[in-house]
Design a binder for this molecule. Structure first.
Ligand SMILES: [Fe+2]
Ligand SMILES: [Fe+2]
Length: 239
């Protein structure tokens, strides 16, 4: 566990004056980044609520259900932190809007489809989210942003671990058909990311000091996560 200090009112105020010194274009790019990140975190709350219902539908053990609910609370905190950062850099209040909830998202109730969704969103998505936050924290020179990224890193790591635990359980319970669906879902997702070519960033490195990864670094890091983290874990899981 990393000892984390979440920003206090004084920290936010200090960040506000530091951000006021930035050129407008840089400040706006940073604000846009955090506003987008906040919307995604906000949507993750709904994703974990859906996952909790799916866990109930497939008869998953209470420990998984408990962690899914805790994860939804983590995502609320992440959204709040990211909206605060967006607000500071934009110099105007930015918060959540009504989230479109599509009832079709609630149609996958069989074990294989729940497992496939969890491979993409959980095993891969949360692992990427965790390691990107860690990489951004390492680059960030601002203490407030670094601590936000570290908090997100810690939580997303637990969410990824929850997804892998669920898949292990699903494969155990569901046997060969679930195992095959899981393998295919991993192969599809791995292929999509491993082939991603590194994009050239122009002045994006400037944003890294503010705890935001450049697209180029993000692509390289994702390919690396697939090869060095997800693939070996998959081999272990299905061995
Ligand atoms: Fe999150
Ligand atoms: Fe998460």
């Amino acid at each position: 566990m990393i000892a984390l200090t979440l920003p206090t009112r004084d920290h936010w105020r200090a960040l506000e004056s530091r951000s006021a010194a930035l050129p407008d274009s840089e400040r706006c790019s940073i604000a846009n980044h955090w506003a987008r990140a906040a919307q995604m975190e906000h949507a993750s709350v709904a994703a974990f609520s859906r996952f909790s219902l799916q866990l109930l539908a497939v008869g998953a053990p209470p420990s998984l259900l408990e962690d899914a609910h805790r994860a939804a609370l983590d995502e609320i905190k992440h959204a709040e932190l990211c909206f605060s950062l967006a607000t500071i850099y934009a110099r105007r209040s930015i918060g959540p809007a009504p989230l479109p909830v599509d009832e079709r998202a609630l149609t996958s109730w069989d074990l294989s489809s729940v497992a496939v969704g969890t491979v993409e969103e959980g095993c891969v998505g949360e692992t990427i989210a965790a390691l990107e936050a860690q990489a951004a924290a390492e680059l960030a020179r601002d203490e407030v942003v670094r601590n936000v990224q570290l908090r997100i890193y810690e939580d997303e790591s637990r969410h990824a671990e929850l997804a892998w635990r669920f898949i292990r359980w699903a494969v155990q319970i569901g046997g060969a058909p679930v195992r095959e669906a899981v393998r295919e879902a991993f192969e599809r997702t791995l292929a999509r990311f491993e082939c991603a070519s590194a994009l050239e960033g122009i002045h994006e490195h400037r944003l890294e000091a503010h705890g935001i990864l450049s697209e180029r670094r993000k692509h390289t890091l994702r390919a690396q996560i697939m090869t060095e983290v997800i693939r070996p874990a998959l081999v272990g899981l299905l061995a």
